[in-house]
Design a protein around this ligand. Structure first.
Ligand code: SF4
Length: 347
């Protein structure tokens, strides 16, 4: 047995049977870990002491633990989480009056190589397991709310930390199913957003999932050449094919596709870019998140001014394309995606 978090109820039943226990013990363990967020077998008092000792000797609930927490003046908390093999992932907790959002990672590093992203500088170390992905959420919730209670109603999850979700498809989907499960974390798929830089075959696969969260596409450019410059992945999965996949995507009644657009001064933030974006998304039920770029000495871009971002937003809104400016969070603690782990690695 290794770590038990991130295993399905069936997997845990089979595991306890293999050590001579009745299968219902597996269901109890699943419930204790994923719904009550107990990370220590000794907290699971409905299990016998003998079984708890047996489990403690053979397995861990999770091998992940907090390496550091950074607190921003705006309430954002950023977690560097050490995984079992010593690599680190990062997660961010963003409180809001109406709901909390937890941003999580799905890979250590990333292979996609977007030119405006700090994580890209790390390259890819490895995929994270479903257990490691879920551990981030459990660790953050426990640090904020304590263990033993249900997931606070209204918790939103976004897969926008380190990594490309669709290059770790199976483990991401497994983690989502366990997190959506009422006997698991109980975070409904409509409260979860998976972000992709545009892995087209996986978009078609995701469209057919029964448990399917919201989908966000990291777009950031409106021409093939511009997008290839910023996101070299565009050579393989072109903008034209990506937009076709978005048009083919079977949206639910109230669903919209989200398009993320990082605003880079003098690169993709002109009025003409905004008008092209409107034309590109014409006919797709979409909303656009305009993301102020978080500059870093390692990155070759400057952030668009807030006046420019607002002017860009206005053009979209006037053409009935809903557009929102993402409020920068935790800037005093290197809050941009991938900044923390990448920085940590560099020192
Ligand atoms: S923006 Fe996302 S997909 Fe692109 S390099 Fe960064 S983590 Fe990877």
């Amino acid at each position: 047995m290794d770590q038990l978090i991130g295993k399905t109820e069936e997997e845990l039943c089979a595991l306890v049977e293999a050590i001579g226990e009745k299968p219902f013990r597996g269901r109890q363990i699943y419930h204790n870990i994923h719904q009550r967020r107990m990370l220590d077998f000794d907290q699971m008092t409905e299990l016998s002491k003998a079984l708890r000792d047996k489990l403690t000797a053979a397995a861990k609930v999770t091998e992940s633990q907090i390496a550091s927490v950074f607190h921003s003046t705006d309430g954002t908390r950023r977690y560097l989480i050490r995984l079992g093999d010593g690599l680190e992932s990062e997660a961010v907790f963003m409180p809001d009056e109406r709901r909390d959002t937890i941003c999580i990672s799905c890979q250590v590093g990333c292979a996609v190589g977007c030119k405006f992203c700090m994580t890209a500088q790390m390259g890819i170390k490895r995929n994270m397991t479903a257990g490691e992905i879920i551990s981030q959420v459990v660790i953050v919730l426990n640090e904020v709310y304590g263990a033993g209670n249900e997931t606070p109603h209204g918790t939103n999850l976004v897969f926008m930390g380190m990594g490309e979700s669709f290059l770790n498809y199976d483990e991401v989907m497994k983690s989502i199913r366990i997190m959506a499960d009422e006997k698991g974390l109980g975070i409904r798929p409509k409260r979860v957003t998976v972000s992709t830089s545009g892995i087209i075959p996986a978009i078609y696969q995701f469209a057919n999932e029964t448990v399917r969260p919201n989908l966000a596409i990291s777009l950031t450019a409106t021409t093939e050449a511009e997008r290839t410059d910023l996101m070299p992945l565009n050579r393989k999965y072109t903008l034209g094919e990506l937009i076709k996949a978005c048009r083919d995507y079977p949206l639910g009644e109230r669903e919209r596709l989200t398009f993320e657009y990082v605003m880079l001064e003098g690169i993709n933030d002109s009025d003409e870019d905004a008008r092209r974006l409107v034309r590109l998304l014409n006919g797709i039920r979409a909303k656009v998140n305009l993301i102020p770029h978080n500059p870093a000495p390692e990155l070759p871009y400057r952030a668009s001014s807030m006046e420019r971002i607002q002017a860009f937003q206005q053009i979209l809104i006037e053409k009935d394309l809903p557009a929102f400016i993402r409020r920068p969070r935790g800037q005093d603690i290197s809050a941009a995606c991938g900044q923390l782990a990448a920085r940590h690695e560099a020192v």
